[in-house]
Design a protein around this ligand. Structure first.
Ligand SMILES: [Fe+2]
Length: 319
């Protein structure tokens, strides 16, 4: 369960003053001990009942439609001052037009997920969303389909004035629409590491990783380089597959190389080499893909290479 924090009842302060105070205390979102000192500042901002409406009204008067700054679910309040950001999250109710138009997925409702960043949140307006909560002690390698020990912790509503600290890679939740339109204020880690750290969605019934929620632009470029980049592209992909510091990217490079290879045998040879390489994440991922290969080859009328079976014995698929 996210950590419940009592920030006290500080007098209200405006947005600029809140930003100044966060700067003054040297708030460092990568320091796990720093969140408690920031909590009263976020609570003081939430105690200012007028600032958020004033920002919305001023933006409407300017006909402000700056892309990426305001969207239906999020209003950015401060970004780029330190390794953190301040934002307001909007939580429509079941009956709100925006939810009926965009669907529940647009607001992450009913989607069990963790976070690849830590953040403080406070119920600022409305009755607050409800969440079912789970906790993970240790994530597995991180491949889709892997089993995860999720500890169910029940349901809780983020009531007005309640403050929670969601811990990166530990707290898992699935939100449900609030009874009426609600708003939370969030102070979030923005250290720049987030794109490289995995955020997952989970199948909580099966206790497995159901998918990855964050994908970087590089993962879209890898297949392009593999298919259209010629020799330079192939060289670069081999380098990335061997040297990139993020295991997810190394494995994506292997898959891109395999996907662009001519014929099933060449594709499997690339995966086989990856499975033998001793790179824990990449080898397990390659083994996982190869595990499905015999059936695919049978379907394609090709002979299953002997080494596929030997490899499966030495590289078991993650449980
Ligand atoms: Fe969340």
């Amino acid at each position: 369960m996210p950590r419940l924090i009592d920030p006290g009842s500080p007098p209200p302060i405006g947005l600029e003053a809140a930003i100044d105070r966060l700067v003054a205390i040297g708030f460092d979102s990568e320091d796990a001990a720093a969140w408690d000192a920031a909590a009263p500042i976020l609570a003081a901002l939430s105690a200012d009942r007028g600032f958020l409406g004033d920002i919305a009204v001023a933006a409407l008067k300017r006909c402000d439609d700056a892309p990426g700054v305001y969207g239906p679910p999020v209003m950015m309040l401060s970004q780029g001052v330190g390794n953190w950001l301040l934002r307001a999250n909007l939580w429509p109710a079941e009956t709100d037009a925006v939810l009926r138009a965009s669907g529940r997925r647009a607001f992450f409702y009913d989607l069990p997920h963790d976070h690849n960043f830590s953040f403080l949140t406070i119920g600022h307006h409305g009755p607050g969303y409800e969440s079912d909560y789970w906790e993970v002690d240790a994530l597995p390698l991180g491949h889709v389909g892997e089993a995860v020990a999720l500890r169910a912790l029940g349901r809780r509503r983020l009531e007005p004035g309640t403050m929670l600290l969601y811990r990166a890679h530990r707290d898992v939740h699935a939100q449900r629409p609030p009874r009426a339109f609600s708003v939370t204020l969030n102070l979030m880690e923005a250290s720049g590491r987030e794109p490289w750290r995995n955020q997952y969605r989970f199948d909580t019934d099966a206790g497995r990783i159901a998918g990855l929620l964050n994908v970087t632009a590089i993962e879209g470029l890898l297949p392009l380089a593999a298919h259209l980049g010629g020799g330079n592209g192939a060289d670069l992909l081999h380098h990335i597959a061997a040297r990139h510091p993020v295991d997810r990217i190394r494995f994506a490079a292997v898959r891109a190389l395999a996907g662009a290879a001519e014929g099933a045998a060449a594709r499997m040879a690339i995966l086989e080499a990856a499975a033998r390489r001793g790179d824990r994440f990449v080898s397990a991922g390659a083994a996982h893909v190869l595990a499905e290969a015999p059936a695919v080859l049978r379907w394609a009328g090709q002979r299953t290479p002997e080494w596929t079976h030997k490899r499966l014995e030495s590289h078991p698929i993650p449980a």
